[in-house]
Design a protein around this ligand. Structure first.
Ligand SMILES: Cc1ncc(C[n+]2csc(CCOP(=O)(O)OP(=O)(O)O)c2C)c(N)n1
Ligand SMILES: [Mg+2]
Length: 365
């Protein structure tokens, strides 16, 4: 849900009611937002466990600061495209928890009409272009979105998220090169949680993540993806630079996933120890980090925290009830919204072309 945090009024100290230039209200908004994301994912986890959600489902728990801190500063007409771990990013860009949850449940009131599921949340009306299951598949599409912005003379920007494993895809290299040549208004953000499924990034790369855009002359940055205040300020400034014509940028956002790769995978396993996960959860939880800073600065009371959490749980319970009461799509509409239609001969592909030929008086193949 964008627009929760505005520009800071003044560089503040705790005494003035803020930390690092954030007002008390802005920090409360960020905390409430991240709690909503956490509770949404927990509700999805619960719904998956009782069979309400089918197919794949990848949770963003542990990485919430990047949704609040990178998407939060964007304008509502800016564009976001991402991979499949995207529930909270979709909500951050403006898809309602109800429409997101209904999509996870495969229901008609889902943002993709119940046809996309967890990996394919989509709503161009809020500038959210998916939700893509092919690792790296969204990267050239992101370059295309940015190219379209430029072609139409707009001043929007595109934020293209990817996981660390995606930077080894050929599409990443081609997209960065073309973006640099055309100086496109795009920020490529790697949510670097250290692993692609069970493979540590260090096993598939002899170079550091930040060096990956250097060959294309694209400036690179590293941010602490668990520090929502740092992320927010960083992306707020960078978005304006890119909007002003600075060309593409590449951001290595260091983060960590607290759950297994997907709902069907264990939290730890042979590729990472339980000890590692536990220490990350204890020391690097983005919500606890912000909460504790606010407590220490006297900007948050336990009652206020409880109220934010109650509200988050309420919204997510409401989203799940809404999703559950929404109907499943009518089977008769199965072939709606697909590029190729079923023709007289019942085939899925090329029939549209055949039908056009037939209408023009030509013979079909
Ligand atoms: C082209 C392609 N190859 C393989 C897969 C199988 N696969 C699904 S997720 C994944 C790992 C991706 O990891 P990363 O990009 O780091 O994202 P994360 O899951 O950590 O968010 C792989 C290999 C796929 N979906 N697409
Ligand atoms: Mg990863």
């Amino acid at each position: 849900m964008p627009g929760g945090v505005g520009a800071p009024e003044a560089e503040g100290s705790p005494d003035e009611g803020g930390i690092a230039g954030f007002s008390r209200e802005e920090m409360h908004a960020l905390l409430a937002e991240m709690l909503l994301y956490r509770r949404f994912e927990e509700k999805a986890e619960e719904a998956y466990a009782i069979g309400k959600i089918g197919g794949f489902c990848h949770l963003h728990i542990g990485q919430e600061a990047l949704s609040a801190g990178a998407i939060g500063p964007l304008r509502s007409d800016d564009q976001v495209i991402t991979a499949y771990r995207e529930h909270t990013q979709a909500i951050a860009k403006g898809i309602s928890p109800r429409a997101a949850m209904a999509e996870l449940f495969g229901r008609v009131d889902g943002c993709s009409g119940g046809r996309g599921g967890s990996m394919h949340l989509f709503d161009p009306s809020v500038g959210f272009y998916g939700g893509h299951g092919i690792v790296g598949g969204q990267i050239p599409l992101g370059a295309g979105l940015a190219w379209a912005i430029r072609y139409r003379g707009g001043d929007q920007i595109c934020l293209c998220f990817m996981g660390d494993a995606a930077v080894n895809q050929g599409a990443f290299l081609e997209s960065l090169n073309m973006s640099a040549i055309w100086q496109l208004p795009i920020i490529y953000v790697v949510e670097n949680n250290g692993y692609g499924m069970g493979t540590a990034f260090s096993r598939v790369s002899v170079t550091e993540m930040e060096s990956r855009s250097g060959a294309y002359g694209i400036p690179a940055h590293t941010v602490d993806g668990q520090d929502v205040l740092e992320c927010y300020r960083f992306f707020e400034a960078l978005a304006e630079e890119v909007r002003g014509g600075d060309g593409p940028h590449f951001v290595n956002a260091v983060t960590y996933r607290f759950r297994g790769h997907s709902m069907s995978d264990p939290v730890s396993g042979t590729y990472r120890s339980r000890k590692e996960v536990e220490s990350q959860k204890r020391e690097r939880d983005p919500i606890s980090l912000l909460r504790d800073r606010m407590f220490e600065a006297g900007l948050l009371t336990p009652e206020e925290l409880q109220a934010h959490d109650d509200r988050a749980r309420e919204l997510c319970a409401d989203a799940a009830d809404f999703a559950d009461s929404s109907p499943t799509p009518d089977p008769a509409t199965l072939y709606d919204h697909v590029y190729a239609e079923v023709g007289d001969r019942g085939r899925l592909f090329l029939d549209g072309r055949d039908a056009a030929r037939a209408a023009a008086g030509g013979a079909g193949r």
